[in-house]
Design a protein around this ligand. Sequence first.
Ligand code: GLU
Length: 420
Amino acid sequence: MTDELLQDAAVRFEEALPHARLSEDTRERLARPRSSLKVSIPVRMDDGSLRTFAGYRVRYDVTRGPAKGGIRFNAGVTAAEVTTLAFWMTFKTALMDLPFGGGKGGVAVDPKELSTAELERLSRGYIEATADVIGPDIDIPAPDVATNEMVMGWMAHEYAVIQRGHEPAALTGKPLALGGIPGRSSATSDGALHVIRHLRDRVLPDVDAPRAAIQGFGNAGAQLASGLAEDGWRVVAVSDSSAAVYDEDGLDVAKLREHKSSTGSLGDAPVGEVLDPEQLIAVACDALIPSALEGAIHGDNAGDVRARVVFEVANGPVTADADRILDDLGVDVVPDILVNAGGVTVSWFEWIANRQGDRWSEELVRERLEERMLAETRAVADLADERGLRLRTAAYVHALERLTDAVDATGTSALFGQSR
Ligand code: GLU
């Protein structure tokens, strides 16, 4: 799966190349990560035994600024997965014009198997193992799958202990009390809502009360379900790893969120019809919104999709094979590097505030997030129209041209006549 991921990422990159203003230097720079660190993290378990977990931190490209990207705790984490995710972060930060490169980290662990105290020791152990390559001007981690504010708080504290001094801008997504920023935990879904609102008439013309099916009911998926319901959408289906819940008239999202937070899963949901989680992909809807892990829509199930548009809230949820099938079916795909960029954008605000020793109001965060999301959504849509590209390719081209400008500004390729 994960080597396929890297290949998939390469396919998207190759597809964008002929359409972008690009130098040979950029191609060469982006061919492999700047640095990859693999660590072993020894953790004292509650029963007194010692267990070792594999951890990773990859800085893919740092031409536009220090590496930026989350850390995930997931059993399936591998070097190839983290590398691919860091590659995507490079494009995401360039697309959003943030002064960052792309990085990513992860630990191969099923966090559900660990107690809270074990998770804390693992989080601190991750920082102890990677502290040399982290810092406000080097690489700035943040939350990702199954890591949250609490985890970032432990990590930021551990980093301060190691540095023997406060360095809040070294990590983002922290609790407010430790230099976090208001609105960071809803930033991914808030950003996605801006993109969806802006593109709605383009991808779903003449649809009143459109139907959404959301795969993944974690931080981003559950908040987005509420936001869409408030915007007048019918959320007809949601799923997590245990179940899918369906109601063609629209689900009571508030009730489902309550059920999920009290029981930990969507199984036995008090509303709608409970289905197998895999059935969500094939639900009749207007927008399918994968918000969990990569590869959810693949060559074997893309043909079952009955939506008119896919909004990628997860990173990499549609494989390159599936992309081709969806294209043949006439299903638009709005890509992850745009749709889920709200998270890293608000991380940027947090980093700025920390470096200035300032605090931002929630209102300022909301205002500036909306401005950034709309500006880049418009830019991607205009580029797609001007050059006759799909939205994914347009997003990659837009990011690649920013990367090219930065790479060329650091080198002498123009002297050798290599720019085209
Ligand atoms: N994990 C998020 C992402 O994939 C946020 C990264 C960040 O804030 O640095 O975009």
